[in-house]
Design a protein around this ligand. Structure first.
Ligand code: MN
Length: 240
């Protein structure tokens, strides 16, 4: 066995250890970390991660949906789908990928590597999806193992991030949907104050919904409104 294959095998050993799962078919794991540019440059016969990524995207979407409906049984479809898309976004999944150090395993061509390819968010997100797609296939097209592994690593983090508003949500539209549903009215925003020099103004906005009044501050009117909407939304929906 040549040196390169040996070091590749060592790499896969470490990756399996950090995932906490040993693949029955290691070629699937290999494909999941192989970028198109690498198979073109070195082993034309090695499949790249693209189809696994396609599958993994659906696998993660299902796992995250399950976490959300169990954790937030009172939440409505619109709320759940906003949170789910923020979680399975490139920005967020690339963070999870870094927690598994996936950037150390991605196989890309030398040219791509020069451009720091393996650290790009989109690449990291793709490989994260592909690794979960690979586990799904390797486990006999079953969600159980990818789900267990995902939950073990990320469930607590996701729930904390939702509760501490580290998951971006459009609070103005969420609030509007809720107030229309509960009170049959729209929230009313009013600019209270505009202070500071021209280039660093601070806006203060009031948001009124039924008998709830909240205040938001921000560098723009929109930012202040969003802040006020978020406060009001959390009063109306304290559990999500
Ligand atoms: Mn992707």
């Amino acid at each position: 066995m040549n040196e390169m294959l040996q070091s590749l095998n060592d790499k896969l050993d470490i990756l399996e250890k950090s995932l906490g799962y040993v693949f029955k078919d290691r070629s699937i794991l290999l494909a999941s970390i192989t970028h198109r540019s690498f198979s073109a440059e070195y082993y034309k016969k090695i499949p790249d991660y693209e189809v696994l990524e396609f599958l993994g995207d659906a696998v993660l979407s299902l796992i995250v949906s399950e976490v959300l409906i169990k954790e937030f049984p009172q939440a409505r479809e619109g709320e759940l789908s906003q949170i789910r898309s923020a979680i399975i976004s490139e920005v967020y999944l690339s963070k999870l990928a870094r927690e598994l150090n996936l950037q150390d395993y991605i196989l890309i061509s030398r040219g791509e590597r020069y451009q720091k390819g393996s650290e790009r968010d989109s690449l990291l997100c793709d490989v994260f999806e592909a690794v979960f797609g690979a586990m799904y296939i390797d486990a006999g097209y079953s969600i159980d193992i990818p789900r267990d592994i995902f939950l073990m690593y990320f469930k607590d983090k996701i729930i904390t991030d939702i509760k501490t508003d580290n998951i971006p949500r459009d609070f103005k539209s969420l609030l509007q949907i809720e107030t229309q549903r509960i009170y049959g009215t729209l929230p009313k925003y009013r600019l209270l104050k505009e202070e500071g020099p021209e280039h660093e103004k601070i806006f203060t906005v009031e948001c009124k919904v039924d008998n709830i009044t909240t205040i938001g501050k921000g560098k723009s009117k929109k930012e202040a409104e969003t802040q006020a909407a978020k406060e009001a939304y959390h009063i109306i929906k304290p559990d999500i």
